[in-house]
Write a protein that binds this ligand. Structure first.
Ligand code: C5P
Length: 237
């Protein structure tokens, strides 16, 4: 996991994935496989991507009783993925069970997949927290509380907005990973993301990994967009 850019493979089939990856020839990428692709193609897509030399974030956002999450994570660890996640709202027992399952399932001699928690989805608003989920505290307080809960439960980090990174690092320390979606180039369409930052802003805010989807996958020239991402991350134009 030495690459700070995670490209979201938000595609519905392996054929679409293959034609996208053809554009990158020999470049080894850090790829995010989410529910859409995994529920269509299953573990075979993970195998295929690994064989091509890519790192994998399997973004299935588990949330269930501790026993079920533990057993599910045991199975996911066997796939040899690098990063997985859960919803922090599943609670500390569930998060500890996730880590236990990953430890049990990791093949001998390999590293346990790192596990991060979703604090609040970027599609959740403060109004929704209050009116639908009966949560009276502010978004920031809830995100920080969930980040601390994830840390004390043994998780490796959180998914969060880049704007939340400085506070999370202050509360949870430099070793606690921050993985941030909502990344757009300066002149891009925001689509459904509300709070977006540029790659360079995300780096300045101290994020460890950025998750970037449509700005690369829907670009006229995805390879050129990826090269631009690398340049901008390093402070260039
Ligand atoms: O296309 P875009 O760059 O907006 O894609 C962002 C990716 O990050 C999508 O796969 C989305 O599901 C994921 N994500 C997100 N917000 C979260 C968690 C995951 O946008 N809080």
């Amino acid at each position: 996991m030495d690459k700070p850019f995670i490209v979201a493979l938000d595609f519905a089939s392996k054929e679409e994935v293959r034609s996208f990856l053809q554009l990158f020839s020999d470049t080894s990428l850090f790829l995010k496989v989410g529910m859409e692709l995994y529920f269509q193609e299953g573990p075979a897509i993970i195998d295929e991507l690994k064989q091509r030399g890519h790192d994998i974030f399997l973004d299935l956002k588990l949330h269930d009783i501790p026993h079920t999450v533990k057993r599910a994570m045991k199975g996911l660890a066997k796939l040899g993925v690098d990063l997985v996640n859960v919803h922090a709202s599943g609670g500390s027992a569930m998060m500890r069970a996730a880590i236990e399952g990953l430890e049990e399932g990791t093949p001998h001699g390999m590293n346990r997949p790192r596990c991060i928690a979703v604090t609040q989805l970027t599609s959740t608003s403060e109004q929704m927290l209050r009116d639908e989920l009966c949560m009276e505290r502010t978004m920031e307080e809830i995100v920080l509380h969930y980040a601390e809960l994830a840390k004390t439960s043994g998780l490796d980090g959180v998914v969060c907005s880049a704007k939340e990174v400085p506070l999370i690092r202050e509360r949870c320390g430099e070793q606690f990973l921050t993985v941030t979606p909502g990344i757009r180039f300066a002149n891009d369409d925001k689509n459904d993301q509300v709070r977006v930052v540029t790659p360079y802003e995300a780096k300045q805010l101290g994020t460890n990994y950025i998750v970037i989807g449509r700005s690369i996958t829907k670009a006229h020239d995805p390879y050129a967009a990826y090269e631009r991402l690398k340049r901008e991350w390093d402070g260039g134009q």
